[in-house]
Design a protein around this ligand. Structure first.
Ligand SMILES: Nc1ncnc2c1ncn2[C@@H]1O[C@H](COP(=O)(O)OP(=O)(O)O)[C@@H](O)[C@H]1O
Ligand SMILES: [Mg+2]
Length: 238
């Protein structure tokens, strides 16, 4: 199942141009003059020690934070210049997010969790139901449609979170340590799932400490140290 159409002419889903994020004057920047282009269909793993700027990078891509200087463009949108309202809409329409601790709503069934982004986007209910059903079966959680997340294993919860993230067919899926809270078997399952999504065309940016995760599902890896890209496996290829 393809998550989006053919890459656009420019082909880049992400462009960072000279992006610096400084939190406090005097302190070294969390990101220092980072430039990066990610093409449609890539699965980019972002590695690096704690404090190296990984979350800052994800937050800038999600429009949750703004750079001190430089430009952030995602799917043709200048994310760094969006108003708060436009930024919320941007996230709803173009970004799927998966977190270490799932962030599911425990009072809602699996189905209602997955439907939520479509409802917020005003998708007609019939179409939303069809999309949710399709995703739940694609992610092999259709058995649990009416269950509450609290009754599911970690791996199943993360699959529900992935289904929710994909509901509005985002051109970009962001994942922050998606296997960080999972046991070995569930971690393996989620790794395979992300690899499958990428093979089906989904562009992914994945922040992780888990090098097996990067190896299993990234087509490209960058390593951050002190807010700079120290290594980029595509540096030669591109
Ligand atoms: N809200 C904030 N206020 C001040 N400093 C911050 C804030 N968020 C992150 N930092 C600092 O920016 C640097 C990069 O942080 P972060 O992007 O969270 O790194 P990582 O996700 O790789 O652990 C760290 O030195 C961190 O202390
Ligand atoms: Mg972090």
């Amino acid at each position: 199942m393809r998550q989006h159409g053919v890459p656009t002419a420019a082909g880049d889903v992400i462009r960072l141009d000279g992006v610096t994020r400084t939190y406090q004057t005097g302190a070294p920047p969390a990101l220092a003059n980072v430039s990066l282009a990610v093409a449609a269909g890539e699965a980019l793993a972002v590695l690096g020690p704690s404090g190296s700027g990984k979350s800052t990078l994800l937050n800038l891509l999600a429009g949750l934070d703004k750079p001190t200087s430089g430009q952030v463009t995602v799917d043709g949108v200048r994310v760094d210049t969006l108003s708060e309202a436009a930024s919320a809409r941007y996230r709803r329409e173009r970004i799927g997010m998966v977190f270490q601790f799932f962030n599911l709503l425990d009072d809602l069934t699996v189905l209602d969790n997955v439907l939520l982004p479509a409802q917020l986007a005003g998708m007609p209910s019939k179409r939303a139901q069809a999309r949710a059903t399709e995703l739940l079966s694609y992610l092999r959680i259709d058995r649990h449609t009416r269950a509450y997340p609290g009754r599911l294993s970690g791996g199943e919860r993360q699959r529900v979170a992935v289904a929710r993230a994909l509901m509005n067919r985002p051109p970009l899926l962001l994942a922050d340590e998606p296997t960080g809270a999972l046991d070995t078997a569930s971690g393996h399952e989620v790794r395979n799932l992300l690899a499958q999504l990428n093979q089906d065309g989904q562009t992914i940016v994945l922040v992780t400490h888990d090098t097996t995760l990067a190896e299993a599902c990234a087509t490209r890896t960058i390593e951050l140290t002190d807010g700079r890209i120290r290594r980029d496996t595509a540096a030669v290829a591109r």
